[in-house]
Ligand binder design. Structure first.
Ligand code: G
Ligand code: G
Ligand code: NA
Ligand code: MN
Length: 253
């Protein structure tokens, strides 16, 4: 309950921090993107994971403020890396509340143009459920963003309730297979069948596939052999602060 009252000021007073998790291009064997994942560095309680405060932010109508903070912070980081000669595309997570805000898409376009960020440097990750709650408005806004060249990704694919008919209408570039199908890939034949058919479906729709939840070398190889374009998971790197991420990048060549 206390957290509810504190969240709004936490956003305003700089208690949020972004961690970054690499997205590896499996063809190039190179990290080309990172996903920004927010944490709350609470002065008394230490680090609070997003699972504990994002639902609160949604209930409190703070999700637009939070996402705007995340977007600006991620762009700061993008530009700072760029100055250091590090070129990493950045993915940020968008929630249902954001897509319900009819000004969302204009806000994104304004921030990108104000800050001179190449539009293709930004990927928005959207869960299926965020689209399902108000498909017409969501699809309308996503189409505009896509038209301007923003990269769009369907997150946690396979766990939501979107129909193939809706999926077909979504102007996305990327499908992220949910980690629940990937974590046990090497020992679960059902998961192998699901991932295989998802790769085929996505590729025939012209979408690139990201597998999240890669926890071992076997899964990484299995996915690369089957043409999965990108991978993400603890086997490569856990989400880490920006400095740790760059140190890891330099070390892993
Ligand atoms: O970061 P972690 O790996 O613990 O993420 C837990 C959950 O919180 C994931 O579902 C992730 O998508 C979500 N999450 C993390 N950061 C953000 C964010 O900035 N915005 C939104 N909407 N969700 C986020
Ligand atoms: O829901 P979303 O996909 O945006 O959030 C990513 C979440 O998955 C974060 O909580 C992140 O820490 C977690 N994650 C990333 N890679 C792995 C992994 O290999 N295994 C597990 N168990 N979780 C992961
Ligand atoms: Na995500
Ligand atoms: Mn996901």
């Amino acid at each position: 309950l206390q957290l509810i009252n504190e969240l709004k000021s936490a956003i305003q007073h700089g208690e949020l921090v972004l961690f970054y998790q690499p997205k590896l291009d499996l063809t190039l064997n190179k990290v080309t993107h990172v996903e920004a994942l927010v944490r709350w560095l609470h002065p008394d309680r230490g680090m609070i994971p997003p699972d504990e405060f994002i639902p609160i932010a949604e209930q409190m109508g703070q999700m637009n403020a939070l996402t705007r903070w995340v977007m600006n912070e991620a762009i700061d980081q993008y530009l700072s890396w760029k100055d250091q000669g590090i070129d990493l595309g950045i993915a940020i997570n968008i929630s249902a509340e954001n897509l319900k805000d009819t000004n969302f898409c204009q806000y994104v376009l304004d921030v990108i143009s104000d800050r001179s960020v190449p539009i293709e440097a930004l990927t928005l990750e959207i869960t299926e459920d965020a689209v399902v709650s108000d498909p017409e408005n969501a699809i309308k806004q996503l189409r505009v963003l896509k038209q301007y060249g923003l990269k769009l990704s369907i997150d946690d694919y396979g766990t939501g309730y979107s129909s193939l008919a809706q999926l077909k209408q979504l102007p996305v570039d990327e499908l992220k297979i949910d980690k629940s199908f990937v974590q046990n890939l090497m020992v679960n034949l059902d998961d192998q069948i699901i991932v295989n058919s998802t790769l085929q479906l996505a590729h025939s729709l012209g979408l690139r596939v990201v597998a999240e939840g890669i926890e071992d070398e076997g899964a990484l190889k299995w996915l690369a052999e089957r043409g999965c374009e990108m991978g993400q998971g603890y086997y490569l790197s856990k989400p880490a602060d920006a400095d740790t991420l760059v140190a890891w990048l330099v070390n892993s060549g």
